[in-house]
Design a protein around this ligand. Structure first.
Ligand SMILES: [Fe+2]
Length: 315
């Protein structure tokens, strides 16, 4: 039985069914999966039955998987370094009370694209729900291709050669972390064009995120005002939808043509156990043993974005 694809919005988001993704897929089946991604940007697979190992194996079909940063003495909750821990749990599996981890995760509730702060961007994120709160905790997605296409022509021309400067610590500052701007300036920032051609569809997309701090060559305030304006544009009701999770659900999104954010929930009362694999842009399926870039980035991370919280997703 082939993949059944049911759109959520006419050009964005789809509920996918009819394919058992716990097993190895044929090239034709895999093409159905990537074709659906190229068209809709976000694909929801319900009640997958995926184990951690199958989640990682399925994800390897799409390229090299980033690895969770490590540090001496750091204890991992999850069994594979390819699984980023997007939960509100400590390494023992209990609800965390670590203020650094809680602070870090507040940034996940701003509109962003995963890993925009890295030099090597993330194409697909594959997030699997293991345990979810009874209320809240949905994930919202925004269509940055349709939003780009609807911009006035003069804005498109203005943006054509603009480059965004992205920092993980900037997004954490936006979410309330007390990080001086000088400290952000002293750390790595990634440069990415604000507009690019989405390879899978040939459509242009905006590439912006809560990580986008400045626009190269623009006055700082004007650049920041424009970033805010563009995020507001992309997140108007016609471009967004939310996914309500149940345990076993997998959502794949293409960070190069979407933004997303987590919805609020009572994180002190409910466990939300979400695990994510993260595919590096432009890499071949089943590529192993490339550089360990997340460990390098987090090697000198300040306490407010501590590595305990950083497991929450490279967001
Ligand atoms: Fe994210």
């Amino acid at each position: 039985m082939g993949l059944h694809v049911k759109p959520i919005l006419p050009k964005f988001g789809a509920e996918c069914s009819g394919l058992d993704i716990t097993r190895e897929l044929s090239p034709a089946e895999l093409k159905q999966v990537t074709d659906a991604m190229d068209t809709y940007g976000v694909c929801v697979y319900r009640d997958t039955g995926l184990t951690d190992e199958q989640h990682v194996e399925f994800s390897r079909n799409f390229g090299y998987l980033e690895r969770v940063p490590t540090r001496e003495g750091f204890k991992m909750r999850l069994p594979f370094r390819e699984l980023f821990d997007a939960s509100n749990l400590n390494p023992e599996g209990e609800i965390t009370t670590d203020e650094a981890a809680i602070s870090y995760r507040k940034g996940d509730r701003l509109w962003h694209t995963d890993s925009a702060f890295m030099e090597k961007r993330t194409s697909y994120s594959l997030l699997l729900a293991h345990e979810v709160p009874s209320e809240g905790g949905e994930t919202w997605f925004a269509d940055t291709r349709s939003a780009y296409e609807d911009l006035p022509e003069e804005m498109k021309l203005f943006l054509e050669d603009k480059v965004g400067i992205n920092s993980l610590w900037w997004s954490r500052k936006q979410a309330g972390a007390d990080i001086p701007e000088e400290e952000i300036d002293a750390r790595f920032k990634a440069r990415h064009p604000l507009v690019h051609v989405h390879r899978g569809s040939g459509r242009k997309a905006l590439f912006i995120a809560a990580h986008t701090m400045d626009i190269e060559g623009m006055d700082k305030q004007e650049g920041r005002d424009l970033i805010k304006q563009l995020i507001e544009h992309c997140t108007q009701p016609q471009y967004i939808f939310s996914v309500k999770w149940n345990a076993g659900d997998l959502v794949i999104w293409d960070n190069l043509c979407t933004m997303h954010k987590g919805g609020e929930y009572d994180y002190k009362s409910f466990k939300r156990d979400m695990r994510r694999t993260t595919v590096r842009e432009g890499t071949e399926p089943h590529t192993m043993d490339l550089d360990d870039s997340f460990t390098k980035l987090f090697a000198d991370s300040p306490k407010v974005v501590d590595i305990q919280g950083a497991r929450a997703a490279g967001r």
